[in-house]
Design a protein around this ligand. Structure first.
Ligand code: HEC
Length: 244
């Protein structure tokens, strides 16, 4: 028992540290078969994220094909770094230099959804808030002291932690009601949530592009097995007819 407790004491701090944020996450109801959503997500990703982040394990061509964007359109409107459509998705920024500017290099995002999970990403994107004490003037509730500037303020508006005066147990109190935008963005708060869902959807797709194909293939295989089953049942009947 003693040894067990001792082992636990060693394991606990690292487990707590690895977990990082332990608060509630919002459920990201993504749909990998929704091409329109994936296309909107890709557009946000290529416009707003690839200025800093790579997706170096993913090729443009594969992306365009998988989510139903004609290659010529993709090349013309979604590629900004002058690469060929068959190239991997590299940011125009030099990762090492970016590391110096931001204090930490922007990580590659190809697999980020597999590491963090869809709910974490969806909540993270909606958890930036103004914090003048930070170098970029923003902080994040899910990723405390994040070294990333809030690049979607133009869409969301300025996000602030908000308190409302409410009656609690017969007393007026300031109750924390979450992060609210000043409303000075291009999108309403519902539209912004939808855009973040689209972005999350795209990142999940990118983490495992085979997922869509695997599911399609899965239906085909099950269909094939059912046909085969019927066929063998008839065949068995046919064989046994003479023997009985
Ligand atoms: C101006 C450069 C810049 C832009 C543009 C940018 N990021 Fe970042 N991002 C960073 C840096 C730097 C970090 C590392 C922050 C840290 O670890 O503290 C980061 C971290 C992240 C992380 C956390 C990764 C992890 O698992 O630790 C995610 C997710 C992310 N960015 C997504 C995005 C998305 C999506 C966009 C586009 C909407 C975007 N970023 C645009 C610089 C940028």
């Amino acid at each position: 028992m003693k040894r067990f407790l001792l082992a636990l004491a060693f394991i606990m701090p690292s487990a707590v540290f690895a977990a990082g944020y332990s608060g509630p996450l919002d459920k990201a109801e993504i749909d990998l078969t929704d091409n329109a959503s994936l296309q909107r997500g890709a557009q946000i990703f290529m416009n707003y994220c690839m200025g800093c982040h790579n997706a170096q394990y993913q090729r443009y061509q594969r992306t365009f094909n998988d989510i139903g964007i004609p290659l010529e359109l993709g090349e013309e409107y979604m590629q900004f770094t002058g690469e060929a459509v068959g190239d991997h998705m590299y940011s125009a920024i030099d990762t090492e230099a970016a590391g110096e500017w931001f204090g930490i290099a922007p990580p590659d995002l190809t697999m980020v959804a597999r590491v963090r999970g869809a709910d974490w990403l969806y909540t993270f994107f909606r958890s930036f808030y103004v914090d003048q004490a930070r170098p970029f003037g923003v902080n994040n509730e899910v990723f405390s002291n994040v070294g990333m500037p809030w690049v979607l303020e133009e869409l969301q508006g300025t996000p602030r932690k908000t308190w409302e005066r409410r009656m609690v147990d017969g007393e007026m109190k300031d109750v924390y009601v979450g992060i609210r935008s000043d409303g000075n963005g291009r999108l309403s708060s519902e539209e912004f949530d939808q855009a973040m869902l689209d972005l999350t959807n795209f990142l999940v797709y990118m983490g495992e592009p085979m997922q869509l194909e695997r599911k399609r293939l899965g239906y085909f295989v099950i269909g094939f097995l059912i046909v085969l089953l019927l066929w063998t049942i008839f065949l068995k009947k046919e064989y046994w007819r003479d023997i009985k």
